[in-house]
Design a protein around this ligand. Structure first.
Ligand SMILES: CC(C)(COP(=O)(O)OP(=O)(O)OC[C@H]1O[C@@H](n2cnc3c(N)ncnc32)[C@H](O)[C@@H]1OP(=O)(O)O)[C@@H](O)C(=O)NCCC(=O)NCCS
Length: 204
């Protein structure tokens, strides 16, 4: 990256950090008839996120603990969105999104639903929420990487409007597997964006 580009990215972060309204959210939501609490993660959530990550990625190398702490310490450009089941307070799933204002792209760094909660629409909800936030703050694109073997996730992303942009060969260090770069453009009239979802704080 050349110096000018680095400076422009830095200036964009400093002049336009992720708005407070996007970072400070709390909602009670219903997905397929079940109630969940949607809220940002704190450092106290990380141990449980790692536990859920290990269960969900059985066989694949999960993220190192430092990556969670590192991203959580960047609230100006990273958003940790948790779904907890209110009766047991157990962590049902989460998504971590990184905002790149220079190119108006929201990158989904991690999306995980606990095995017991999979196939109940939570992955779809979390992705739709990120797409809605991106759309509402006028970002143009949502992107992610996925293992080529993760066909369940790839078909979910396609169903939500993501397309394969390119294949990165031998992207994953654990087994040398290829990754798909997937992305979708959020136009003004994007019909995949659920207009009923929005960032808000029901406690304030
Ligand atoms: C990928 C992942 C996040 C999806 O979350 P999820 O909550 O299971 O997703 P959803 O329930 O919204 O939808 C998943 C699929 O199950 C299907 N499904 C949803 N409800 C269902 C039901 N009641 N019965 C059967 N199938 C159902 C959906 O149609 C979808 O199928 P598709 O493959 O045709 O798109 C989750 O499986 C996960 O955490 N996997 C392990 C980690 C991982 O691979 N993360 C992604 C890395 S890029």
């Amino acid at each position: 990256m050349d110096l000018w580009k680095k400076f422009r990215n830095w200036f964009t972060w400093v002049s336009r950090p992720l708005p407070e309204i996007v970072r400070d959210f709390y909602q009670e939501i219903t997905v397929r008839g079940r109630k969940f609490v949607l809220r940002p993660a704190t450092r106290d959530d990380i141990a449980e996120m790692i536990l859920v990550e290990r269960l969900a990625y059985a066989g694949d190398e999960p993220w190192a603990e430092e990556i969670f702490y590192d991203l959580l310490s960047q609230p100006h450009n990273s958003l940790f969105i948790l779904l907890r089941e209110p009766e047991t307070n157990s962590l049902a799933g989460y998504v971590i999104a990184s905002f790149r204002p220079g190119i108006k792209d929201v990158h989904i760094s991690n999306i995980t639903v606990a095995p017991d909660w999979q196939k109940r629409g939570l992955g779809t909800f979390l992705l739709s929420y990120v797409m809605t936030v991106a759309h509402q703050i006028k970002f143009r694109r949502v992107s992610l990487e996925v293992r080529v073997s993760n066909q369940g996730a790839v078909s979910l992303y396609k169903r939500l409007g993501f397309e394969i942009v390119r294949t990165r060969t031998q992207y994953y260090e654990d087994n040398g597997e290829d990754a798909y770069d997937m992305a979708q453009m959020l136009g003004d009239s994007n019909e995949d964006v659920n207009s009923e979802l929005s960032f808000k704080n029901d406690r304030s």
